[in-house]
Design a protein around this ligand. Structure first.
Ligand code: DGL
Length: 264
């Protein structure tokens, strides 16, 4: 198969990367995608760096063996602990990461106060310290870990009283700050963006890195001359480590329901 006809793989610990996939589908409607959610090992953000790096390498190598033209790490946590090492090991490959959209957020006002919501591991890593060093400028930046929030999104609880109560308590310290902007530094958080806005107030600007990541992916494919020449809409295959036989549903614990698969 010609390289341009191969798929772009999109990877996250679970469902969060779908927020990036959504933008990729807009930017690259003719590409084929394989979405890989490592839900069997989610959440990543409360694990240690070595563990998350090993999981990321294992998914990458699986995808690479299958034959892909680019790998999008649609996970801030996995990016922060493994993108540099992956690129070092596979210098010829297109590997795109995602990072908190601090750069546009600090430009929203003269001397803004900006909170970066992310997983504990993302905020602990050197990559985040370097992002702060490069882009904080005149802003007051508040790194804010949100352990437990990913689990709400993973179980599909993206509205409702339980989530509101959790967010109220979690974000309480931020209500005392005069926030100008919030950066969603975890790809799961865009799914609860409206709920976060309800607590922090509608005038707080909310940024996330999905569109930037999708545009960067497009740019890299363009530069390498491997954009698909397909005229029709591309396809998306969803793979999930909790259902390793998803491509062979007869052997898995999934049953077909319309176009979707449900747990038996
Ligand atoms: N979606 C991932 C991120 O962007 C992390 C979720 C997790 O903790 O597994 O950081």
């Amino acid at each position: 198969m010609k390289k341009e006809d191969l798929s772009v793989a999109v990877f996250d610990s679970g469902l969060g990367g779908v927020s990036v996939l959504k933008e990729l589908l807009r930017e690259l409607p003719n590409e084929n995608f394989i979405y890989y959610g490592d839900t069997a090992n989610a959440p990543y953000g409360v694990k240690n760096a070595d563990e998350v790096r090993a999981l990321t390498f294992s998914v990458y190598e699986k995808m690479r063996e299958r034959g892909i033209k680019a790998f999008v790490i649609a996970c801030n946590t996995a990016t922060s602990v493994s993108v540099a090492q992956l690129r070092e090991k596979y210098p010829e490959d297109i590997i795109v990461g995602v990072e908190p959209a601090l750069k546009p957020a600090v430009l929203c006002r003269e001397q803004p106060t900006v909170a970066v919501l992310a997983t504990p591991l993302t905020l602990k890593e050197e990559k985040f310290a370097s992002l702060l060093g490069r882009f904080s400028g005149n802003a007051k930046v508040i790194p804010f870990a949100c352990p437990g929030l990913v689990e709400f999104v993973e179980r599909g609880e993206v509205t409702g009283d339980g989530l509101q109560a959790f967010l109220e308590q979690l974000l309480e310290p931020l209500k005392r700050e005069k926030l100008d902007a919030v950066v969603l530094g975890c790809t799961h958080y865009p799914f609860v963006k409206e709920e976060i806005a309800k607590i922090l107030g509608a005038d707080v600007l909310i940024f996330d890195g999905s569109l930037g990541t999708a545009r960067e992916t497009k740019r890299r494919l363009e530069v390498s001359g491997i954009l698909s020449a397909r005229k029709e809409q591309g396809t998306v295959i969803f793979l999930d480590s909790s259902y390793p036989n998803i491509e062979n549903p007869e052997k898995s614990n999934l049953t077909r329901f319309g176009g979707d698969y449900l747990c038996k």
